[in-house]
Design a protein around this ligand. Sequence first.
Ligand code: ASP
Length: 306
Amino acid sequence: MGYTLAIHGGAGVIPSDRMTPAREAELRAALDRALSAGEAVLAADGTAMDAVTAAVCVLEDEPLFNAGRGAVFTHDGSHEMDAAIMNGRDRRAGCVAGVLGPRNPVKLARCVMERTEHVLMIGEGALGVGREAGIEEMPADYFFTQERYDALQETLRMEAAGTLDDDPARRHGTVGAVARDRAGGLAAATSTGGMTAKRPGRVGDSPLIGAGTFADDRTCAVSATGDGEAFIRLCVAHEIDARMRLAGETLTEAADHVVREELATLNGSGGLVAVDAAGRVAAPFNCEGMYRGWALEGLERSIAIY
Ligand code: ASP
């Protein structure tokens, strides 16, 4: 069977009435580059793990998305990034939370999986694992973008005036990828700067296995984006796996139910990309849009925003 790759650049999209043709073209081109990076791995008989790593690295390097370079600012004007990766074959996983330094937080998450006996690490201990592995680190100003800085200032102003809203374009975003390789292996990876003006120390759903990231070759691989707190409380990614495994639902049925019905019970906005064991893709969202794309071997690529 052929390979499948699906990616997202977050549910924090620029509303369609504020989108410009130039910005839309940039976003689509970035998604296309990420698909190319992951597809190159899969087309050479590489693993789903390597494909999601490659695709997420491209999205992290791209300042348009809230992960790696271009990550949003915390309330204190710093960056704290979360990332996770999971291998559906053996359900090994690696996750990091609140890190600043590695150019590609997803690589640090993978180091945790491959070089330690742990799943989730934070702080200096997590950074030390990356240093032992020699992954690239960047100075803090590498992660700075004027747009995200302005979004923080605007958020702080609104907070002081008591008019704070949850405009997804100003506050949200994440990147992620799921893949099925030719050998039937599934993998998922997610990386984020979290939410603009989050409290220092806040951890979202992205690095939590079963919430924002999950993979099991028997069922599906999932990478989510949206209101992290709701995704954590609903164990969104694992709920989709459970509905498939225990209730016999298809990926589409399970993913649609969780995103459109269960998330609504907590007013949780967002979406996800997922792939099942047969390489089928689901990409539901319950908000205005989600930067997304997928490539199925032998078929034309799809890239969409709204
Ligand atoms: N889920 C991410 C978080 O809560 C943010 C997002 O995807 O918009 O950290």
